[in-house]
Design a binder for this molecule. Structure first.
Ligand SMILES: NC(=O)c1ccc[n+]([C@@H]2O[C@H](COP(=O)([O-])OP(=O)(O)OC[C@H]3O[C@@H](n4cnc5c(N)ncnc54)[C@H](OP(=O)(O)O)[C@@H]3O)[C@@H](O)[C@H]2O)c1
Length: 218
């Protein structure tokens, strides 16, 4: 079974669609289901907020004794906070959703990841310290850098279970997060990341990839 976290819209929805179209068994989570997700015909678990322990416990219960082959954590938020208008509560919100959230999900579902399973987290190149040439976006950049670090630790720690952990920058994708701006649509982003994830082996565990196949700097 494949699990996608944050599938009611955007890139997560496209990942659910692509997996379903090729015949994979899909469990898709959301906080609130959208018509697009409910009409897809995949198993939907709603009320899943990555910042909430009880809701992630509910997800764990919904998964039951089933094994997860592919787990993609796509839930994320972006607040455009700049230095002059900095709101530290917004920085904390982004850390909670984008960095702590994926770790909460990964640890809750860890026992359902058998040898050969793959965990992918949708991060951003905006979390790359080396790639930060323009500043700003404090909470988003900090949270994505933090989740990158969490994923590398997970890659080390889950190696003993033969579970590969990879980070994907999904491209600059036309979604609500970008206000509809971007270079590619969700279909292309999802299709290319799914193809890459299919090819991931333990040799690629702990790596940070752009959806275009390039390995990104930390
Ligand atoms: N679009 C891009 O160009 C781009 C670039 C780099 C990285 N990314 C990353 O790719 C991922 C998907 O982005 P997107 O563009 O598809 O964004 P999006 O269209 O804004 O969708 C965000 C998704 O995350 C969910 N979410 C937000 N907060 C949540 C929470 N607390 N618990 C559970 N789910 C939550 C949203 O659910 P609700 O509908 O309930 O809010 C929605 O399903 C994010 O991690 C983002 O940072 C996107």
């Amino acid at each position: 079974m494949n699990v996608i976290i944050g599938a009611n819209r955007g890139i997560g929805l496209a990942i659910a669609e692509h997996w379903h179209a090729r015949g994979d068994q899909v469990l898709a989570t959301c906080r609130t289901p959208s018509p697009a997700l409910t009409s897809l015909g995949v198993e939907v678990v709603s009320g899943v907020d990555v910042t909430s322990d009880p809701s992630i416990a509910g997800l764990r219960k919904a998964v039951g004794e089933r094994s997860i082959d592919l787990l993609v954590i796509g839930a994320g938020i972006l607040n455009r906070d700049g230095l002059e208008t900095l709101d530290l509560a917004s920085v904390q919100d982004q850390l909670e959703v984008n960095a702590v959230g994926p770790l909460r999900v990964a640890t809750a579902l860890r026992d359902r990841l058998p040898p050969g399973a793959k965990l992918a987290i949708l991060t951003s190149r905006m979390g790359s310290i080396a790639d930060n040439t323009s500043g700003g976006y404090y909470g988003y950049r900090m949270s994505k850098a933090a989740v990158n670090m969490a994923a590398v630790s997970l890659a080390h720690d889950l190696r003993r279970d033969q579970v590969a952990v990879t980070l994907f920058h999904p491209g600059y994708v036309r979604t609500d997060m970008t206000g509809g701006a971007g270079h590619i649509d969700t279909d292309e982003s999802a299709a290319t990341m799914i193809a890459m994830l299919d090819k991931v082996t333990m040799n690629e565990s702990g790596k940070f990839y752009h959806q275009n196949g390039e390995e990104l700097p930390w």
